[in-house]
Design a protein around this ligand. Structure first.
Ligand code: HSE
Length: 304
């Protein structure tokens, strides 16, 4: 095989209390990657505004690391089509990184298990976040709801309930270049034990909700008193967006990943367009325009 093409979905990380641990793959946008054996060294081609230097691109970094690890000396060309909006908390860099790891695995018939694939994909996050975290990449690679354990490293995947619907509001604001790094820099270094207990109980309830396929339990447990309060000042109108969405029937609302998009968890029996309008109005109250998208969980990266 000389070339392989892979699509990998966007994702939402944290789901409120599961900071750096929970991820959910979403069928809203997919990045596309073609990995071709040709030329010398590793080159990236793309007509999208992304870094083309392999060491500065999340997909390029993954290919570089995997080539090193498996002693592959072939010249490789990585064609990238970005569809996931970059810098808005929808796992854009992770989606390209996940597609790259899955493509490399397929091109060289490596048969890597899912934990290794996620670990390689996670190396790409260094390019944008400055640190390695696996919640978005795990969701993009495996699909569904994922729980990332780091010590020992393992990813647990749970199939989401069929009646789970997500409404995402993406504000039209300028985001800093290294947005994830910036939004991680505002987080507390230490947390109060009682706050940790509240977040942990909600995180456990979210996990139970996915296992029991109980959308209400998931939605009502999307509650985070540690990371959300520390980050919400970076999102103009956040409180209003959240209150409006809850009033319109959302079961739970939080920041999508590192933001600034806001995500509502709802059921297929709720009027999702009403939730979207309510979220847009919330942003409008802070004089911010936004676009909204209704989506469902995705099955993860695939060769096409
Ligand atoms: N868990 C990460 C964060 C996700 O919230 O910083 C960033 O995409």
């Amino acid at each position: 095989m000389k070339s392989v093409r892979v699509k990998a979905p966007c994702s939402t990380a944290n789901l409120g209390p599961g900071f750096d641990v929970f991820g959910l793959a979403l069928d809203a946008f997919y990045d596309e990657i073609q990995l071709i054996k040709k030329g010398d060294g590793i080159i990236i081609e793309s007509s999208d505004p992304i870094p083309l230097e392999p060491g500065k691109n999340s997909a390029g970094l993954v290919v570089k690391e995997m080539a090193k690890k498996f002693r592959i000396k072939d010249g490789l060309c990585l064609k990238i089509k970005k569809n996931v909006p970059a810098g808005f908390g929808m796992g854009s860099s992770a989606s390209s990184a996940a597609a790259a790891a899955v493509a490399f695995n397929a091109l060289y018939n490596l048969n890597l298990d899912s934990n290794l694939l996620v670990q390689f994909a996670g190396m790409g996050e260094r390019a944008s976040a400055g640190s390695v975290h696996y919640d978005n990449v795990a969701a993009s690679v495996l699909g569904g709801f994922v729980i990332v354990r780091t010590n020992p490293f393992s990813v647990i995947k749970v199939e989401p309930p069929k009646d789970l619907v997500l409404c995402i509001a993406i504000p039209k604001i300028e985001v800093p270049q290294k947005k994830t790094k910036v939004s991680r820099s505002v987080l507390p270094k230490e947390v109060k034990l009682s706050d940790h207990v509240k977040n942990l109980s909600n995180a456990a309830a979210i996990t139970a909700g996915f296992i029991k396929k109980d959308v209400e339990l998931i939605g009502h447990s999307i509650s985070d008193i540690i990371v959300e309060p520390a980050r919400k000042h970076l999102i103009p109108g956040f409180d209003k967006v959240k209150t409006n969405a809850l009033k319109a029937g959302a079961l739970g609302v939080t920041i999508s990943g590192a933001g600034p998009s806001v995500i509502s968890f709802a059921s297929t029996s709720t009027d999702s367009s009403k939730i979207c309008k309510a979220m847009e109005k919330g942003f409008a109250s802070a004089k911010i325009k936004s676009t909204t998208i209704v989506c469902k969980p995705s099955k993860g990266a695939f060769v096409f």
